[in-house]
Design a protein around this ligand. Structure first.
Ligand code: F6R
Length: 247
């Protein structure tokens, strides 16, 4: 495993360093195939990328984006849908052509949607996947117990994930509205990306980060699968790094 660890003072610095990482990769390869997370963690990184694009520093015209996951049962324009999140926080503000922005469909025939999505990712795979991490160590919607060779598929969300998904900015009106299922790139799909960027901020993520990077490699901690990858960059703030033995 090659892991580069960058520990930042706070969330803003984490976001800037994450945007630097993407900007560097984009300059090296304007045709980047980029896997993207949603959630609270990457909001600041998207803001940074959008600002840099507005200043004329970045060109996304040849980039393909691939969302990591989606809730099952939501229309793509539902306020909590990840398809809508990525439009609002990123795509609407930059020049990724609409035919080059991809996400797994969260309605219809799950097996068919998963096959279609894997086919879009294709044999070439992704150049970079950016990941957040759940407090239970999940990546995408790969919850504890998920197989490390899993491909994109229909999954059940852990109860903890459903609880954390309901917050003031979530887009869900009530706790019960959080779907029970999702569709996610599998850990096998994620591990095929050439580079992985893992982001985390805040004390609530400290245990998950420690277990992911320094604990045993086990399906009980989905993010520990990253220890099997050859090119992982971890950008975490001091609070999320607090439990790492090796800082
Ligand atoms: C979202 C995703 C999830 C989140 C994780 C952390 O697309 O795949 O794995 O990255 O749940 O969420 P936040 O960043 O909201 O703490």
């Amino acid at each position: 495993m090659f892991v580069q660890r960058i520990i930042t003072k706070d969330y803003d610095e984490m976001s800037r360093r994450a945007a630097d990482f993407v900007a560097d990769k984009l300059r090296q390869n304007p045709e980047l195939r980029l896997g993207l997370p949603t959630g609270n963690t990457p909001r600041g990184m998207y803001e940074q990328l959008v600002e840099r694009y507005a200043r004329g520093e970045l060109d996304f015209s040849r980039v393909h984006t691939f969302n990591l996951d989606e809730y099952w049962g939501l229309e793509p324009d539902h306020p909590a849908a990840f398809a809508r999140y990525i439009q609002n926080h990123f795509l609407r503000h930059v020049n990724v052509p609409s035919g080059q922005a991809h996400w797994p469909a969260g309605k219809g025939d799950a097996a068919e949607n998963a096959r279609t999505y894997e086919a879009r990712i294709g044999a070439e795979g992704l150049d970079i996947i950016i990941l957040g991490i759940g407090v239970n160590g999940h990546i995408g919607f790969n919850e504890p117990g998920a197989a490390f060779d899993a491909r994109t598929g229909f999954v059940q969300l852990a109860e903890r994930t459903r609880q954390d998904a309901f917050h003031p900015r979530s887009g869900f009106a009530t706790r019960e509205d959080v779907p029970i299922h999702g569709i996610t790139m599998g850990i096998g799909t994620i591990l095929e990306a050439k580079s992985i960027l893992l982001l985390a901020s805040g004390a609530s993520k400290a245990e998950a980060i420690q277990r992911a990077l320094e604990g045993p490699v086990t399906e009980e901690v989905p993010a520990s699968a990253l220890q099997r990858h050859g090119d992982v960059t971890v950008i975490v703030d001091e609070a999320a790094a607090a439990r790492l033995a090796d800082k």
